[in-house]
Design a protein around this ligand. Structure first.
Ligand SMILES: [Zn+2]
Ligand SMILES: [Zn+2]
Length: 140
């Protein structure tokens, strides 16, 4: 994707700065998710995610706090300020989704599709031409 290998690593973290991360290499997938659990967990109309191999993402200081947001799926956030940082699930073993909104430079990586468009709020009307999947994108 647009994060070229000669770019500096992507870095990010939570609002208060307690949780910081660094990402090496390119994202496997990016999406703007309209699902109800992303919406509730982030208290936001939709959430932009970038997917990586777990080994690409390191937390040099404090690890985010993890909770099971639905059976087999886990969301991680800063226990101090509440910023949502990542998502992992049994159905995507070895992979980790990171919130693009927590990047220091979120403009460096754009969503390539919409997921769970069937749950999109009626007042969220975006004029992009990205693919829209009713639920998850089809597995490749
Ligand atoms: Zn924090
Ligand atoms: Zn979602």
């Amino acid at each position: 994707m647009s994060n070229l290998s000669n770019d500096p690593p992507l870095e990010g973290g939570c609002q208060c700065g307690a949780v910081r991360y660094r990402i090496q290499g390119e994202a496997l997938m990016t999406a703007l998710c309209h699902c109800t659990t992303c919406r509730r967990a982030n208290a936001a109309p939709a959430v932009a995610w970038a997917m990586y191999e777990a080994s690409q993402v390191e937390f040099p200081a404090q690890q985010p706090t993890v909770y099971e947001s639905s059976p087999g799926a886990r969301r991680s956030f800063c226990a101090r300020c509440g910023t949502q940082i990542c998502f992992t699930a049994d159905y995507i073993p070895g992979l980790i989704d990171v919130t693009i909104g927590s990047f220091d430079q979120p403009e460096r990586l754009a969503p390539a599709m919409h997921s769970w468009d069937s749950k999109r709020l009626p007042w969220v009307q975006l004029s992009d031409t990205l693919p829209r999947h009713a639920e998850f994108p089809p597995q490749e």
